[in-house]
Design a protein around this ligand. Structure first.
Ligand code: FES
Length: 203
C-alpha cells in the first residue's frame, strides 16, 4: 500500500499546506448581533410634559399673531398739539410775570416784560432740553448742561450759543384774544425780535 501524501508533487503539497493554514487563520464566524431592544415605553408624565410645552408654544404663537394684528389695526398715532392757538386776552398776563400755563401743553412761555408781551419757545438752544423758569433767580435754567437765559430769553451762561427763540404773537381783532403761531419763529441773532409780529406792545 502506497502513501498518497508521498505521491503528490512537492508543489501540490505546499499549496495544500497553505490552504490549510489560511483556513486555520480565518476568523470564526460570529453570531449576528442581537436586535436592539425596543425603546422603553414613554412614561405618562413625560408625555404630559411634552404636551404642556407644545401647548405653551402654540399659545405664545397665537398671542404674537393677535398682538401683531392689533398693532396693524390700531397703530400708534402721535397727537401733536396745534402749532397755533389762543391763550387769553392781554390783561391775563400781569407785568413782570413769566406765565408757565402753556409750557406743558404748547411748549411756550408767555412773558410780560418791559411793556411787551412775547412768547418764548421752551426748548434750550444748546441741545434741545426743556429749561425751567426759576422765579427766585429771575432766569431760565436748563437742567441738562446748565445753560441760563434772562427773562428776555437772551443767554448768559452755560454752553448754549444763542438765545431762546420767540414765536409770532398778535391780538386777534375779531375777539381780542392773544394768538400765538409757533410756525413763525423769530431769532434774536438775526435781529428779528424787532419785528412787530414777534411781540405785542402793551399800553
Ligand atoms: S441742552 Fe440745555 S444746556 Fe445743553
Amino acid at each position: 500500500m502506497t502513501d498518497e501524501t508521498d505521491e503528490r508533487s512537492p508543489d501540490a503539497a505546499a499549496e495544500s499546506a497553505a490552504a490549510g493554514a489560511a483556513t486555520a487563520a480565518a476568523p470564526a464566524p460570529t453570531k449576528p448581533e442581537a436586535a436592539p431592544a425596543p425603546p422603553a415605553e414613554i412614561s405618562r408624565r413625560g408625555l404630559f410634559s411634552w404636551a404642556a410645552v407644545a401647548w405653551v408654544g402654540f399659545s405664545a404663537a397665537i398671542g404674537g399673531c393677535v398682538t401683531a394684528w392689533g398693532r396693524f389695526m390700531f397703530p400708534n398715532v402721535l397727537y401733536e398739539p396745534p402749532t397755533s392757538f389762543k391763550v387769553g386776552v392781554p390783561d391775563d398776563f400781569p407785568p413782570g410775570v413769566v406765565d408757565e400755563r402753556f409750557k406743558e401743553t404748547n411748549g411756550v412761555w408767555i412773558v410780560n416784560n418791559d411793556g411787551k408781551l412775547y412768547a418764548l419757545i421752551a426748548i434750550c438752544t444748546h441741545l434741545g432740553c426743556p429749561p425751567n423758569w426759576l422765579e427766585a433767580q429771575n432766569k431760565f435754567k436748563c437742567p441738562c448742561h446748565g445753560s441760563g437765559y434772562y427773562k428776555s430769553g437772551v443767554n448768559f451762561e452755560g454752553p448754549t450759543p444763542r438765545p431762546l427763540e420767540r414765536t409770532m404773537i398778535t391780538v386777534d381783532p375779531s375777539d381780542g384774544q392773544v394768538f400765538v403761531d409757533k410756525a413763525q419763529k423769530y431769532l434774536w441773532e438775526q435781529g428779528q425780535w424787532e419785528d412787530p409780529d414777534s411781540y405785542i406792545k402793551l399800553g
